[in-house]
Design a protein around this ligand. Structure first.
Ligand SMILES: [Zn+2]
Ligand SMILES: [Zn+2]
Length: 309
């Protein structure tokens, strides 16, 4: 009897978890952002505006764009939270993405720390992500402090950082936290400010009960999604110790575990692979599929002790 880890047979919804509009420092109006993501075939997007007190780039309020929602497209009330105390940032500010916030979520008090801000957003019900670690040189101690405060995930691909500064990654931060026992997930996002030029490059595919903010946030918190810059997982299932992976056509399927443990299958136009976890000897695994253009799909991490229960 196979155990499905992620499948597209239920509803799977494509969305952007990090983006900006004229409410903060984006170029497009909120209505424009919603229209362009909807026209690009997305199921949802987020106006995760900079929530802070500096009028050069931020607004002191969370925007509620749910008036633009349609039966086939929704927005999730979100923000990119800031407060002082981050090293290696021009303004000394933390950047923390929170999806599924209440619209009256208050801007940080001047004395609030990054970990305190994470904890407050988690308590308010949000799915909270450590934003663009590579772009602003997040230190290992900073990553640990946010994960310990309850951050759910790490942005391992930030499209605007990738195409504008070649600093779009976050796998090193993710794997450090995983190796140290933090159970965090991974996201790919756009962080778009100029749609469409810096949009549609990184997204999540969320298996949820419905295209509603509540169901999508619940699936994010449960890790029932994967991240992509192109390829898709069609199947991730366990049959005993055998892990079956189904993908859109790719050239490489990689099983990555703790430390530098990894196995791979390579070939032109692969759409499936099977790995034997009995010999893998790792506390967790995650799967990466890479297509001929170099675009990737990343599964979330799965922990062996969860799967063996
Ligand atoms: Zn940011
Ligand atoms: Zn941003």
């Amino acid at each position: 009897m196979a155990t499905t880890l992620f499948t597209s047979s239920a509803g799977v919804f494509r969305g952007n978890l990090h983006g900006h509009s004229t409410h903060s420092d984006g170029r497009n109006s909120p209505a424009d952002v919603v229209r362009l993501y909807r026209e690009a075939g997305y199921d949802f997007t987020c106006l995760s505006e900079h929530l802070w007190t500096d009028p050069r780039f931020s607004a002191p309020t969370v925007i509620d764009a749910t008036a633009f929602d349609n039966p086939d497209f929704i927005t999730i009330i979100s923000a990119e939270l800031h407060c002082p105390g981050k090293t290696h940032d021009r303004d000394g500010l933390w950047h923390i993405v929170a999806n599924g916030l209440p619209p009256d979520f208050p801007v940080a008090a001047g004395s609030e720390t990054g970990p305190e801000l994470v904890a407050r957003a988690v308590a308010a019900g949000a799915y909270v992500t450590i934003a663009h670690p590579e772009w602003y040189s997040l230190t290992d101690d900073e990553a640990r402090s946010l994960a310990s405060a309850g951050a759910h995930g790490v942005e391992i691909y930030n499209h605007s950082s990738a195409i504008e500064s070649a600093r779009g990654g976050g796998i090193a931060t993710l794997d450090l936290l995983l190796n140290e026992g933090h159970r965090v997930y991974l996201t790919a996002t756009d962080d778009s400010h100029h749609v469409p030029e810096d949009a549609f490059g990184g997204w999540v595919m969320v298996a949820a009960q419905s295209r509603s903010a509540g169901d999508i946030i619940a699936s994010l918190k449960a890790g029932n999604f994967h991240a992509s810059t192109g390829p898709d997982f069609t199947d991730l299932s366990l049959d005993g110790a055998k892990l079956h992976v189904g993908t859109s056509p790719v050239d490489r399927i990689i099983l990555a575990g703790d430390r530098h443990r990894a196995e791979f299958v390579a070939g032109s136009g692969l759409s499936k692979a099977c790995f034997d976890l009995a010999d893998f000897n790792s506390a967790f695994f995650r799967v990466v599929a890479i297509d001929a253009q170099g675009h990737s799909a990343w599964s979330n991490p799965y922990w062996m002790d969860d799967l063996c229960r």
